[in-house]
Design a protein around this ligand. Structure first.
Ligand SMILES: Cc1ncc(COP(=O)(O)O)c(C=O)c1O
Length: 423
């Protein structure tokens, strides 16, 4: 029997339940409609970055055609329009993650910059010699290195909570590592290398019992599920726009107002000040205190269009669609001899890392590319995860709202081809 034979009950269930018209969605994404090496593009590298819908591309283009101006400082019409549009996106971002106030949203380049901001402000103020920062063994480098840098500078210690073979955080071990020395917990909502969805509410409850605030790396989560920072009760939440169908170079940090207000300013310059003399500078209030200089206005407008697009499709629908694809893909890959999935957490989002016996992931990626299939191969900026599993790298297929079962079938055919070519 062909390994592509679909499990009938899965397919029936998916088409019956889904009121999500994936073909209509695909028409919104111009980049998807192209051939690569003479084959239709199958884009499965969404954990690295997502494609952009026309609504986003046009919002940016329209901004430059009609409204381009610097914000916050002008009294003329264009500047007022640009300022209003920019600030409307702040409210859209606030609503997307259910923050209680829009001033709790700080626009930045993305997750990496958001984590660095917290490390260099909150961290520098509150982490000292003998203190500890607690992370997990499944973090992306951008949720490891800023804390290593801080700990090195301050004489503090980076502690790492272990994971089991399925790629789940060992909560008991995590809790044991919490102590009065722990000044911050930093954890991914969804692991980009394993797909694991972490139990953030539980983690926050445990950390707060020790009066320790929690930073959540939300890079892989916000486009895949409804996020409610008030319900999670996390203290900081970091987001990259380009992973949620918005442009590169824009993202945001959520922080509880009380914490953000108490944090020292970060970069100095225009907009982050209330008044300046050579003797003394008075700093601006939130959120501007952390937004020095001319921000990335056009891409913020693009982020607003992306959020609107996600809201229109419904995050519940998107989550369900990706869960169906993940389940189907997992079943199909499990049927191929020699293929092993890395990361089998019970709670998992649309990220599927795998290895093939005796074939280097780089070769998998290259041969799949020749079939028009884009997957990521390597350590996925999570080298400690690879060390945990004793492998140099994986191949990673990651799903988005525009992917289809037919694309999973193409991936399976591609993997078969890889095995043929490399045998
Ligand atoms: C879990 C996770 N954290 C952080 C990042 C870094 O995001 P960015 O490069 O957009 O700052 C990524 C990007 O792949 C990620 O997947």
């Amino acid at each position: 029997m062909s390994t592509l034979a679909k499990t009938p009950d899965v397919v029936a269930e998916i088409s019956e339940r889904s009121n999500f018209d994936v073909e209509a969605v695909r028409r919104d994404f111009p980049v998807l409609h192209q051939q690569v090496h003479g084959k239709p593009l199958v884009y499965l590298d969404n954990a690295a970055t997502t494609q952009k819908p026309l609504a986003v591309i046009e919002a940016i283009s329209e901004y430059y055609r009609a409204d381009n101006s610097n914000i916050h400082r002008g009294v003329h019409a264009l500047s007022e329009r640009a300022t209003e549009a920019y600030e409307r996106v702040r409210v859209a971002a606030q609503k997307l993650i259910n923050a209680s106030e829009s001033k709790e949203i700080i626009f930045l380049r993305g997750t990496t910059e958001a984590i660095n901001l917290v490390a260099q402000t909150y961290g520098r103020k509150n982490v000292g010699a003998g203190h500890e920062v607690l992370i997990t063994a499944m973090e992306h480098h951008s949720n490891i290195v800023p804390w290593q840098m801080l700990c090195d500078e301050k004489g503090a210690r980076l502690r790492v909570a272990p994971i089991n073979d399925r790629g789940e955080l060992l909560l008991d071990e995590f809790e044991k590592l919490l102590s009065p020395k722990t000044k911050l917990v930093c954890v991914a909502h969804v692991s980009n290398a394993l797909g694991t969805v972490n139990p953030i509410k539980q983690i926050v409850r445990m950390a707060h019992a020790h009066n320790t605030p929690v930073l959540v790396d939300g890079a892989q989560a916000v486009a895949r599920m409804k996020v409610d920072v008030q319900d999670l009760d996390c203290d900081f939440y970091a987001v990259s726009g380009h992973k949620l169908y918005a442009p590169t170079g824009i993202g945001f940090l959520y922080g509880k107002a009380k914490l953000l207000e108490a944090m020292p300013q970060w970069q100095g310059g225009g907009d982050m000040i209330a008044s300046v003399t050579f003797e003394k500078t008075i700093y601006n209030c939130l959120p501007y205190k952390f937004e020095a200089g001319t921000p990335n206005i056009a891409d913020t407008i693009g982020l607003g269009a992306a959020i609107q697009y996600l809201n229109r499709l419904g995050l519940d629908n998107i989550e369900q669609h990706e869960a169906d694809l993940l389940r189907y893909a997992t079943e199909q890959l499990d049927r191929i001899p020699g293929v092993s999935i890395v990361g089998r957490a019970k709670e998992k989002a649309g990220v599927l890392s795998f290895v093939i016996e005796n074939i280097h992931p780089h070769d998998i990626g290259t041969i799949l590319d020749s079939e028009g299939i884009a997957v990521r191969t390597g350590h996925h900026c999570a080298q400690p995860v690879m060390q945990r599993y004793g492998i140099p790298a994986t191949a990673r297929a990651s799903f988005a709202l525009y992917n289809t079962q037919a694309e999973v079938d193409a991936l399976v055919r591609g993997i078969r081809k890889v095995q043929e070519v490399m045998s």
